[in-house]
Design a protein around this ligand. Structure first.
Ligand SMILES: *Cc1c(COP(=O)(O)O)cnc(C)c1O
Length: 341
C-alpha cells in the first residue's frame, strides 16, 4: 500500500477527507448490510430527527502504525460497547458490537494509505457516529437511523513534548445527576461550547467541572477524565455516574496497578483535597495524558508540585507504559491491540 504524500509531522487536529467511509442504515426495524462508499456528504430531510432534537451519539478512536509495521487499533471493542450504551440512553437502536469492530477494520483498511507511518507521532483518527435521519416533528425517537464511520489523519497532539496546562473550575455544569453525562452524545458537547469558549477567553486551557448536585466533587473536563497522584504515589480517579467512562483512563488505571504495581483508587474526589495531590493529568484518546500544572478556582491558584515544565514522574511512567503498549514495545494485555493488517 503506497502511502499518501502528506506532511505527517506537521498536521494539526482537523478534518481531511479520505477515500472511503462506512455507512449502514436502520429502517423497518433492522440494520442493512452496510458498505464502504465514496461520497463524504449526507443528504437528509430538513426535518431529520438529528437536526431537530439532536438524536446523535459518537465514538472516537485511532489507528496507527506500530514499530514492526502493522496497522492496529486500541481496544475497539470498548468503543463498540460504549456506543451501545450511548444509543440505548437516547432510544436509538444499538449497532451490533461485532459489526462495529468489523466496520472499523473495513474503513481503516480502505484508507490504509492515510495511516501515518511509525514514528511520525500522527495517527488516523476514526469517528463512528449514528443519528436519527427520518423526519421527526413531534418529540419522539426517530424510526430510521444512519451509522457511519469516517477517518481523518491527525497530527501529533503535542508538538515538541507535553507541556503542563492550566485549567479553571467552571461556573457551568457539564452533567446533571441522572442525566446524560455518562454517554458520548453530541448534546453534551453542544452545551459545553459556551463554557470552553469562556475558559479560553479568560486564559485557561480547559475547564474542571464539579458535580452539579453539590459542587464539591471533581468530575471531569469537557472531553477528558482526571487522574491524580498522591504524594505517596497512589493513583486516584473520580468515581461518578455522571462522568464519561474513558477507555484511556480505564487502561491507565489497569497499567498503574498491574504493570507499575501502584495502589489505585476510584472514589469520590473532593475539590478540597486537590491541593494535596502531587500530580494531575487529563486522559483521553487524543493526547493519552495531558499533564495539568495549575488549577485556578476563582482567582485562587493550586500549583501542582510537578510544576509547569514537564509531566510529573508517575504521570510520565503511566504515559510511557501505556504508549509503549500501544506502539508494541511493551507486551499488551490480552485483547488490547487489534491488528488490522
Ligand atoms: C470521549 C470522552 C473522554 C475520553 O474517552 P476516551 O475513551 O479515553 O477517548 C472523556 N470525557 C468525555 C466527556 C468524552 O466525551
Amino acid at each position: 500500500m503506497e502511502k499518501k504524500n502528506l506532511d505527517w509531522e506537521n498536521m494539526g487536529f482537523s478534518y481531511m477527507q479520505t477515500d472511503k467511509r462506512y455507512v449502514a442504515n436502520y429502517k423497518d426495524g433492522k440494520w442493512d448490510d452496510g458498505a464502504l462508499i465514496d461520497d463524504p456528504n449526507i443528504v437528509m430531510n430538513e426535518c431529520a430527527g438529528v437536526l431537530q432534537y439532536s438524536q446523535s451519539v459518537f465514538e472516537g478512536l485511532k489507528a496507527y502504525t506500530t514499530e514492526d509495521g502493522h496497522i492496529v487499533t486500541f481496544r475497539p471493542d470498548l468503543n463498540a460497547s460504549r456506543m451501545v450504551d450511548s444509543a440505548k440512553r437516547l432510544e436509538m437502536p444499538p449497532f451490533p458490537e461485532e459489526r462495529f469492530v468489523d466496520a472499523v477494520e473495513q474503513v481503516v483498511k480502505a484508507n490504509a494509505a492515510y495511516v501515518p507511518p511509525y514514528g511520525s507521532g500522527a495517527t488516523l483518527y476514526i469517528r463512528p457516529y449514528m443519528f436519527g435521519i427520518n423526519p421527526v416533528i413531534g418529540v419522539k425517537p426517530a424510526d430510521e437511523y444512519q451509522f457511519r464511520i469516517f477517518t481523518t489523519p491527525v497530527g501529533p497532539y503535542f508538538k515538541g513534548g507535553a507541556k503542563p496546562i492550566t485549567i479553571c473550575v467552571s461556573d457551568f455544569d457539564r452533567a446533571a445527576p441522572h442525566g446524560t453525562g455518562h454517554i458520548k452524545a453530541g448534546l453534551n458537547y453542544a452545551m459545553s461550547l459556551h463554557a470552553i469558549v469562556t475558559a479560553h477567553a479568560n486564559g485557561f486551557d480547559e475547564n474542571m467541572y464539579l458535580d452539579s448536585a453539590t459542587r464539591t466533587k471533581v468530575e471531569e473536563t469537557g472531553g477528558a477524565n482526571f487522574i491524580f497522584v498522591t504524594k505517596d504515589n497512589k493513583v486516584v480517579t473520580p468515581h461518578s455516574d455522571t462522568i464519561l467512562p474513558s477507555i484511556t483512563r480505564r487502561s491507565i488505571m489497569y497499567v498503574a496497578e498491574h504493570y507499575l504495581g501502584l495502589e489505585v483508587e476510584e472514589r469520590d474526589v473532593y475539590f478540597d483535597e486537590v491541593k494535596d495531590f502531587a500530580e494531575c493529568g487529563l486522559c483521553g484518546t487524543a493526547a493519552v495524558i495531558s499533564p495539568v500544572g495549575k488549577i485556578v478556582n476563582h482567582g485562587e491558584e493550586i500549583c501542582l508540585p510537578s510544576g509547569m515544565e514537564k509531566m510529573g514522574p508517575v504521570t510520565q511512567k503511566l504515559y510511557d507504559t501505556l504508549t509503549g503498549i500501544q506502539m508494541g514495545h511493551i507486551e499488551a494485555p490480552e485483547g488490547w491491540i487489534k491488528v488490522i493488517e
